[in-house]
Write a protein that binds this ligand. Structure first.
Ligand code: ATP
Ligand code: MG
Length: 215
């Protein structure tokens, strides 16, 4: 049996075609179902529906053999105990620093001022600002980072941006690009050894599905 951990929403939607390419069809739609373990058309493959940030943890500790997680989540997790064989090139976006329109980010940085930064990506943010020599106070949030600068909780946020629509709708602008993000396949290191015969064909099917995708 192979257990695959993934999150609902965008990751599931973008993974569905890859699963199909590997001949795997979920027996139920996780968006509609309340089930957390979803069987598939294959008796030896099941899906585990978990929170995006929990995917690496389930896979690391063997709660799932493999999973699909954003690089944002993997950087924060640290990737310990995980084998990362494949960039699936799905759920692509950019990790950015954004501020309120009119906030002089470059000027404040130049002055050496301390900048208050709200984010759920605390490790990534700490490393980014340290590498640039920018002094920051980090404020950990779990969602809706865009709100923080609007109510004076922070001067800046570190968040994922794809179209920029959410920033714009909230009067924010991106001022710095931190890194490009996409989702990756992560595999439990023990499963890689003990279930190689089952896993290998999945890796191969995913690989050819990605290669046939438009870049
Ligand atoms: P929740 O929304 O339930 O709080 P979440 O924000 O972690 O959880 P999603 O919004 O579905 O869950 O994001 C899951 C993953 O999708 C992220 O870890 C990231 O890799 C990717 N992602 C997030 N936002 C975007 C985006 N705007 N464009 C493309 N990919 C994104
Ligand atoms: Mg979200």
């Amino acid at each position: 049996m192979i257990t695959i951990a993934l999150s609902k929403g965008r990751i599931f939607e973008e993974t569905r075609p890859l699963l199909a390419a590997a001949g795997i069809v979920p027996a139920e739609d996780p968006e509609a179902s309340r089930k957390l373990i979803i069987p598939t058309n294959r008796a030896d493959v099941r899906l585990l529906i978990v929170r995006a940030t929990d995917v690496p943890t389930y896979v690391q500790h063997g709660g799932a053999d493999m999973g699909i997680a954003g690089r944002d989540v993997l950087i924060e997790h640290g990737g310990e105990g995980l084998y990362q064989p494949l960039d699936l090139k799905i759920a692509r976006c950019r990790m950015m620093v954004a501020v309120r329109e009119g906030f002089d980010y470059a000027g404040r940085v130049k002055e050496g001022a301390r900048i208050r930064v709200a984010t759920k990506y605390v490790s990534t943010a700490r490393e980014h600002f340290a590498s640039k020599g920018v002094h920051v106070d980090l404020i950990k949030l779990y969602g809706s980072m865009e709100l923080a600068p609007l109510v004076g909780l922070a001067d800046a946020i570190v968040d994922l941006v794809s179209t920029g629509g959410t920033l714009k709708a909230n009067g924010l602008v991106a001022v710095e690009h931190i890194t490009d993000i996409s989702s990756r396949l992560v595999v439990n290191q023990a499963s890689l050894k003990t279930k190689r015969a089952l896993l290998r064909p999945l890796f191969d099917a995913f690989t050819s599905a990605i290669e046939s995708q438009p870049a």
